[in-house]
Design a protein around this ligand. Structure first.
Ligand SMILES: Cc1cc2nc3c(=O)[nH]c(=O)nc-3n(C[C@H](O)[C@H](O)[C@H](O)COP(=O)(O)OP(=O)(O)OC[C@H]3O[C@@H](n4cnc5c(N)ncnc54)[C@H](O)[C@@H]3O)c2cc1C
Length: 365
């Protein structure tokens, strides 16, 4: 049975909890706020399925085939302005929704916690749009995706590399009607830190909108942005000036497995990887209007067909893989473990969040 002895070896993907035939595995928060599987031993039948499908214990071999790479922007500026990078995710999602499919991705719930959900209407796409730099709770997304796939629906499943790896392991077979898209991922911060940050920032007020990277015509750079229900605004520009974003980018509160990520392979388990095109001016300056450019990496034939199908809705250029990731080392490198991480989490238990911010919400990036 699955037993987490070393937290570096669990991404919390939920594959084990989803596969258990007697539902005796639940995902429970540890003191840092990350979800881990916990087995009810009295109900476990010892089938060993949970261990056999764990995507980290059964790590896939990296084929090391360099993906095709593109710099691209969505031609619809209003969608791009509401996306973190070049808005390519929305093009993939539109294609799938136009073909009667469903799209899984990360959204905010009513309390602005981050969780996975699926949508099947274009009106709901905005909920999945834009990066939320917090670990997304998968809830029962794997089971729902399987049900939809088995019923023949086209499914686009999006998320971090570990979430896609987990889904693929859980499904245990290839589905022609499944398309997967992961991200170049810096790592995921603790949902508990995010909750405490929201409590501090809210100070009794409720939120109407939160954006980690709000773009605007007035400002050259994106801002961390909160709009409160009473119309008040909190904004930090550029977005890494916000203390929560700083703690994330300075690797102070990432999940333990992110420092040794098992999914940063050259050939990914996904069909497509999306990211920011850092260093765009060195390869295709003409496309860069300061409003975000996506990097698209295509790993499979299915991915290639999908990108071909959306090409008329984007401005793009194929670029060599090496130039594509030259300024985006997070494709293959893990975040370095900040030496103050341990102290950070022990302080989190006892200090008011205001103190956490003065102690940890700073640093040069
Ligand atoms: C935690 C995290 C770390 C990242 N780190 C990097 C990085 O180091 N370098 C880099 O180039 N790009 C990184 N990205 C990706 C980047 O921020 C954009 O999400 C990506 O370029 C897609 O942009 P877009 O404009 O096409 O679509 P957008 O509409 O901006 O993005 C939507 C997509 O992001 C997914 N998503 C949003 N939040 C989460 C989440 N919490 N967990 C899982 N999936 C999520 C949605 O499901 C959807 O697939 C990261 C994203 C996340 C969520």
């Amino acid at each position: 049975m699955i037993e987490i002895r070393d937290k570096k070896l669990c991404s919390g993907c939920t594959a084990c909890a989803s596969i258990c035939p007697v539902n005796c595995i639940s995902m429970e928060r540890d003191e840092e706020g990350f979800l881990y599987p916990v087995v009810d031993k009295s109900r476990c039948i010892g089938c060993g399925l949970c261990e056999r499908i764990c995507p980290i214990l059964n790590k896939k071999k990296d084929e090391k085939i360099a993906p095709k790479a593109y710099a691209a922007i969505n031609n619809d500026l209003s969608v791009r302005m509401n996306s973190s990078s070049g808005g390519v995710f929305s093009l993939l999602a539109d294609y799938v929704l136009d073909n009667g499919g469903v799209v899984f991705g990360a959204s905010f719930d009513e309390k602005f916690n981050v969780c996975h959900r699926f949508i099947d209407r274009k009106e709901d796409l905005q909920k999945l749009r834009a990066s939320k730099y917090v670990q997304s709770d998968m809830r029962d997304s794997f089971k729902k995706a399987k049900e939809l796939l088995d019923s023949g629906r086209l499914v686009l499943f999006t998320g971090t590399g570990c979430q896609i790896g987990g889904l693929k392991s859980y499904l245990r077979k290839d589905y022609d009607n499944l398309i997967t898209q992961d991200l170049i991922c810096h790592g995921v911060p603790s949902p508990l830190v995010w909750e405490k940050y929201l409590e501090y920032r809210g100070d009794g007020k409720s939120f109407k909108e939160i954006s980690f990277r709000k773009k605007s015509e007035e400002k050259k750079k994106a801002s961390f942005y909160i709009k409160y229900s009473d119309g008040a605004i909190y904004q930090r520009c550029p977005y890494p000036a916000d203390p929560m974003v700083k703690m994330f980018l300075m690797n102070k509160c990432l999940r333990p497995c992110c420092y040794e990520c098992a999914f940063k392979t050259i050939t990914r388990q996904s069909d497509i990887t999306l990211a920011d095109f850092w260093g765009i001016n060195t390869v295709y300056p003409k496309i860069n209007d300061g409003k975000g450019v996506s990097l698209i990496l295509v790993h499979t034939d299915k991915g290639r067909k999908l990108v071909d199908a959306i090409k008329e809705k984007m401005t793009y250029k194929e670029v060599p893989f090496k130039s594509a990731v030259r300024f985006n080392k997070m494709y293959y490198k893990c975040a370095f473990k900040n030496p103050i991480r341990k102290k950070f989490f022990s302080d989190l238990k006892r200090l008011p969040f205001e103190k956490m911010i003065s102690r940890y919400g700073w640093g040069l990036l």
